[in-house]
Write a new protein. Sequence first.
Length: 454
Amino acid sequence: MQSIWAENILTSDGWLKRGRVDIDKDGKISAVTEDVSKTGKAVGTLLPAPANIHSHSFQRAMAGMTEQRGDDPDDNFWSWRRLMYKFLDHLTPEDIEAIAAFTQMEMLEAGFGASVEFHYLHHQPNGHRYDNIAELSERIIAGANHSGIGLTLLPVLYEYGGCDQRPLGKGQIRFGNDNNQFAQLFEKAAAGLSALPVDARIGVAPHSLRAVGADGLTAALSLNPNGPIHIHAAEQVAEVEEIKAHWGKRPVEWLFENYSIDQRWCLIHATQMQPHETEMLARSGAVAGLCPITEANLGDGIFDGVRYFENKGHFGIGSDSNIRISLTEELRLLEYTQRLASKKRAVLATREKSTGRLLLEGAAAGGARASKRDAGRIEVGALADLCALDMQHIDLADKTGDAILDSYIFAGDDRMITDAWSAGRHLVKNGSHIHRDQLEESYWARLKAIKSKI
């Protein structure tokens, strides 16, 4: 049992003053009490910590390395992808474990309470299987063991180099599996989660309609009848055009016509949807997995958030390429892109709730749904995925209610985070992860070795 006392607590029922949250031995919230004396760990403002619902952790190690224009005068997502493929050719299992742990540590320090790893890097650089087909999935699991973060692991099925089912190219051969191999990999990865606390989850991720055929998609979903399903959808114009030419429909249209898209599904990016697709997705109960920093960095486009939110759509936030791991920046950029597109302000706010509160609560609720974690809210029975803000910060001092969140997201940054918990595990204290020194040292050693080979 542990207790957290806070000046302000954002609960499912609204703001509480001078409250206490009790956490049981299973990492769940056992009591929420208002107007009590200061006991236990004291913090400023206590918030639900959203899950980071889309991460390729290995890409953290190439952050900042792709910002120069190459020979292609029309630099875009596809030229970035070629550089990414060259980079991953040099990664060893040990590299992947250290990078994952460091990346997850940064997520916790940024206020995320859990990580959903969209994991498609499976084999050796030459495409040959490791003796253990789930070797690299188990390295992600080992990273979570080091960082302590709550993990939802999504092994990714990747079959083809494009919609025409051409063989995987040189940069993609580390990803590929046929259906039988993928079933073995999934089973081994699921068994490997036993090394983590009981809040760890597994799902399945058919990469995209570019990389998976109809039979492979059905086979992958059969492996995971109750867990989350994530898929890249409608990220790029060229992707949508290729899928329409080969599948006969736009990707979101095809998915809705062929599957019951419901709350188990998370469609990642979805920046290139038409209005009717946006409305279908919003009304389905599925989650739109938004990664505003990466989508801006890669020039993906702007998600149609105004229409989506008008139709009561669910969303979650992911750091994707991990070029910058920042919950505040992701949320801020989500709102600012909507303002730029609509030429209006406070686009996502309502009369009842401010922009900051809509963003934070929406990301927390959608993150819980997409990660299959009973979290995302401060109430009895929920997993204690929590973060705390420093109310002595100059931009938070004397703020109350929703103004706390507005100042945190729009005037502040992740340095306002003092503490973070994942399923009750107190992993960030005084703004730093409890194992930061060793995780940073291991990451830095691996990064120097990787750069020496590039």
